[in-house]
Design a protein around this ligand. Structure first.
Ligand code: NDP
Ligand code: CA
Length: 322
C-alpha cells in the first residue's frame, strides 16, 4: 500500500475558507518518466517488476485520485496522450502538455515518446484565459527545459489565478544553468501576471496571484531557490509551512539509490504569491520508515519524487505588492 499521509494545518494559518471561496487544492509531482525509470535511472534497489508500466500507472493514478487536486502539475510525463489526458479528461480535467525538445526518453529503446510537463485543472472550478508554452533560455540560448503557464479564471468568484509548471535541468555542475532558467521563467511570469483583464485599464506588475510548481532540481541552498524566494513577485515556498519555525524546507522530496550512491534531497517546490494567497494545509512528507530501506521508487510508491499537495485560498484582503 502507498504510505498513508496526513493533511497538516500549520499553526498560525487560520482557515480562511468560505462557502463562496473554497480552497484550491494543488498537487506537484515528478511522476518519473516510464522510459527513464526502466532504461536510464539505475535505481539499483528497485525491482524491475515494480517499474512495470501496466501496474505503475495505477499507483500514479491512485495517488492523484486519493487527493483529487483542483490543479495538477506533473513532470516527466511520457504517457500523456495514451494515459493521463484521456483518463483525467473523463474525470473532468482539462489538460495541457509540453514535451522537452530533446527528451532523454528518446534514447531509450521502445520508448513511448518524449517526456515533458503537464498541467491539469478541474473544469468545474476554472475556465481558461490564456496559455503560454515556454522553452526556457539560459544566457540567451534555448535549453532543453520547458514550462507551461496558464491564466485561469475561478468560475465561482471570477478571480484570476496564474499557474506554472516546470522541470529545470538536472545534475550537479549545472547550478548556473538552473539559475539562468529560473531567471528566464521569472521574467516570463512577470509579464504574464501583469497583463490586464478586459475590464481594467491599467496593468499592475504581479497583479494576478501566482502558483509555480516544479522539480527545480535544486536544493534550497542554490542560487535559483534564492532567486525565487527574493523575486519582486513576492513568492513563498508552501512546504516551509510544514516546519516548526515555518522557515525550513522539508528534509527531502526525493530519495533514491543509484550505483553512485544514495541521494536524499529537496528539489521540488510549490511557490505561491504570499500577499494574495494563503496556505490552509499541506500533505505531510512520509517518514524514512514509510519510505522503506530500498527508498524510491518501490512496489509501494511509483516515483522517486514525492508528491507535494496543499490547499491554497485567496486572502480576503490581499496585501498589495504595488
Ligand atoms: P537532464 O540532465 O535535465 O536530466 C534528464 C533526466 O535525467 C531528468 O528527468 C532527471 O531526473 C534524470 N536524471 C538526473 N540525474 C540522473 C542520473 N544520475 N542518472 C540518470 N538519470 C538522471 O537532461 P537534459 O534535458 O539536459 O537532457 C540531457 C539528455 O538529453 C542527454 O543525456 C541526452 O540523452 C538527451 N539529449 C539528446 C540530444 C540529441 O541530439 N538527441 C540533444 C540534447 C540532449 P530528475 O529531474 O528527477 O533528477
Ligand atoms: Ca527523474
Amino acid at each position: 500500500a502507498r504510505p498513508h499521509r496526513h493533511l497538516v494545518y500549520p499553526s498560525g494559518t487560520a482557515s480562511r475558507r468560505h462557502k463562496h471561496n473554497p480552497a484550491i487544492r494543488i498537487m506537484q509531482w515528478n511522476i518519473l518518466a516510464q522510459a527513464l525509470g526502466e532504461g536510464k535511472d539505475g535505481f539499483i534497489r528497485c525491482p524491475m517488476d515494480a517499474l512495470n508500466w501496466q501496474e505503475r500507472k495505477y499507483l500514479i493514478m491512485e495517488e492523484i485520485l486519493t487527493y483529487r487536486p483542483d490543479i495538477l502539475c506533473l513532470q516527466e510525463v511520457d504517457h500523456y496522450y495514451d494515459t493521463f489526458q484521456p483518463v483525467l479528461a473523463s474525470l473532468g480535467y482539462h489538460g495541457s502538455f509540453l514535451a522537452k525538445p530533446w527528451s532523454p526518453c528518446l534514447d531509450v529503446e521502445r520508448n513511448n515518446g518524449p517526456d515533458g510537463c503537464a498541467l491539469f485543472y478541474r473544469r468545474s472550478r476554472f475556465s481558461l484565459q490564456a496559455t503560454a508554452y515556454l522553452r526556457l533560455s539560459a544566457m540567451m540560448l534555448p535549453t532543453n527545459q520547458v514550462a507551461i503557464v496558464q491564466t485561469l479564471i475561478c468560475r465561482e468568484t471570477g478571480q484570476r489565478l496564474c499557474v506554472a509548471v516546470t522541470h529545470l535541468k538536472a545534475r550537479s555542475g549545472w547550478e548556473r544553468m538552473r539559475s539562468a532558467q529560473g531567471a528566464d521563467l521569472l521574467r516570463s511570469l512577470r509579464g504574464i501576471t501583469s497583463q490586464r483583464s478586459s475590464g481594467q485599464t491599467e496593468a499592475a506588475p504581479g497583479a494576478v496571484p501566482l502558483v509555480v510548481c516544479g522539480d527545480f532540481n535544486a536544493e534550497p541552498s542554490e542560487d535559483v531557490y534564492r532567486r525565487f524566494s527574493s523575486s519582486a513577485l513576492g513568492l513563498n515556498s508552501a512546504y516551509k509551512l510544514l516546519s516548526a519555525d515555518g522557515q525550513t524546507e522539508p528534509a527531502y522530496t526525493t530519495w533514491k539509490i543509484r550505483p553512485s550512491g544514495e541521494s536524499c534531497s529537496t528539489l521540488d517546490y510549490i511557490w505561491y504569491t504570499q500577499g494574495a494567497l494563503s496556505v490552509d494545509c499541506l500533505l505531510d512528507i512520509p517518514t524514512e520508515e514509510q519510505i522503506g530501506p530500498d527508498r524510491l521508487p518501490s512496489y509501494h510508491y511509483p516515483s522517486d519524487h514525492l508528491s507535494l499537495l496543499c490547499d491554497i485560498s485567496f486572502r480576503d484582503e490581499p496585501h498589495r505588492l504595488m
